[in-house]
Design a protein around this ligand. Structure first.
Ligand SMILES: NC(=O)C1=CN([C@@H]2O[C@H](COP(=O)(O)OP(=O)(O)OC[C@H]3O[C@@H](n4cnc5c(N)ncnc54)[C@H](OP(=O)(O)O)[C@@H]3O)[C@@H](O)[C@H]2O)C=CC1
Ligand SMILES: N[C@@H](C=O)C(=O)O
Length: 248
């Protein structure tokens, strides 16, 4: 189960109506049907490729057309690229920036504006344990997640007086399809379950936390270390970890 499906299920279990966004229409429809039947909520499906530059605009226009006001935006969609930066097609690297950063900024701006106007709302942005240091052989991905963390903290400060709560969640390796799409060699035993990561994320959001580390503590420690060692050493250590995961 991906983190997006786990968020959808946990929120449906709390009685929330859902707008589900991804590219895979059949999978979205199957999930919407299951959650509607199981939890009695409404679930609307929007099949959108967030790698397209106008994706956030099209989503917000469709929501306006259907007169849907979003109370909680979960910016979860994202993907990783591994290996040497120069060995990846530039178009894929640019897609990553578009999906992991630009779409998240676009949706935060468009839906965040509507929330601020209503003086009520919430945004959860999915960052990562990769947010805390540069990671050679995952360079663009880790940088995108550093962006998500910093952006969320700053936006949270700006939107707090408008009663819009913003939180970044920083999972460690989690058992989803994420790693299958990369060259990483990551045994499942070392990963957290998506349901646990989502439960801890939503509990932290309920406590009005700004940043949450919903993974196991051994991973959280690796997010502290770079604060206490020279940056060049942190980069070398991250490169060694990447090699350990078979990324180079
Ligand atoms: N798994 C992990 O170890 C960690 C993951 N994360 C982050 O969690 C988030 C969810 O990933 P995870 O569940 O693990 O991975 P999955 O690959 O299982 O899920 C990724 C989700 O993003 C959607 N998505 C990907 N590309 C696009 C696109 N171009 N347009 C629209 N939707 C897209 C996918 O749907 P579809 O393919 O149908 O479009 C899918 O729902 C990501 O932001 C990831 O970076 C953070 C830390 C750890
Ligand atoms: N666990 C992280 C990378 O190694 C991530 O998937 O974001």
């Amino acid at each position: 189960m991906g983190l997006g499906e786990a968020f959808a299920e946990a929120l449906a279990a709390r009685g929330a109506n859902l707008v589900l966004v991804a590219r895979s229409l059949d999978a979205l429809n199957a999930l919407a049907k299951r959650l509607t039947e199981q939890y009695g909520v409404q679930a609307i499906v929007l099949a959108v490729d967030l790698a397209e530059r106008d994706a956030a605009m099209r989503i917000s226009e469709e929501l306006e057309r259907q007169r849907i006001a979003v109370d909680l935006l979960v910016n979860n969609a994202g993907f990783g690229l591994t290996g040497e930066f120069l060995s990846n097609p530039l178009a894929r690297e640019e897609d990553l920036v578009q999906v992991n950063i630009q779409a998240l900024v676009g949706l935060s701006h468009r839906l965040g504006s509507a929330m601020a106007a209503r003086n009520k709302g919430g945004i959860i942005n999915v960052a990562s344990n990769a947010s805390f240091q540069p990671i050679p052989y995952m360079a663009t991905y880790a940088a995108s997640k550093a962006f998500v963390l910093h952006f969320s903290e700053a936006l949270g400060h700006e939107l707090a007086p408008r009663n819009v709560q913003v939180m970044a969640t920083c999972p460690g390796p989690t058992s989803t399809r994420f790693f299958a799409a990369t060259s990483a060699d990551q045994p499942t035993i070392k990963m957290d379950a998506a349901e646990v990561v989502v439960r801890r994320t939503l509990e932290a959001f309920d406590r009005q936390e700004k940043v949450v580390y919903p993974g196991r503590s051994s991973v959280r420690i690796t997010s502290w270390l770079p604060r206490f060692i020279p940056r060049a050493l942190a980069v070398r250590a991250a490169a060694a970890a990447s090699r350990g995961m078979g990324l180079h």
